[in-house]
Design a protein around this ligand. Structure first.
Ligand code: CUA
Length: 125
């Protein structure tokens, strides 16, 4: 593993408008040169995009926020572990070196659907 995985604050956002305005209203992965930028919503109870694909060896910068309550964004088998707080944008970068599937799990208790709050990253060779 490599890359800076200490999440940093990357600004604020109006949580009531996350679903309707700005980058997070269009959750997506963008390829920018040899890197990726991902805009991710963590919501009750899931993540958008529902699935993300990256090529191994290319840096990914995730921007994360929540439109409702606090969630987690933990990518298994990595040290990506972010608290996603409504009204705040968290930023974390990571370079996946090993191809495979990586589950995303929520590790902040967020309500009745918490245990089913899952998503997936696919890293291609
Ligand atoms: Cu979202 Cu627990």
């Amino acid at each position: 593993t490599m890359g800076n995985t200490n999440p940093v604050g990357a600004g604020r956002v109006d949580a009531t408008k996350v679903r309707t305005e700005g980058d997070f209203a269009n959750p997506r992965v963008e390829q920018v040169g040899n890197e990726y930028v991902a805009y991710v919503q963590a919501f009750s109870f899931g993540y958008l995009p529902m699935e993300m694909k990256f090529k191994a060896g290319q840096k990914v910068t995730f921007y994360l926020t929540s439109p409702d309550v606090q969630h987690g964004f933990h990518v298994e088998r990595t040290n990506i572990n972010v608290q996603v707080i409504p009204g705040e944008i968290a930023k974390v970068s990571y370079t996946f070196t090993a191809p495979g599937e990586y589950r995303i799990i929520c590790n902040e208790y967020c309500g009745i659907g918490h245990a089913n709050m899952l998503s997936k990253i696919i890293v291609e060779p």
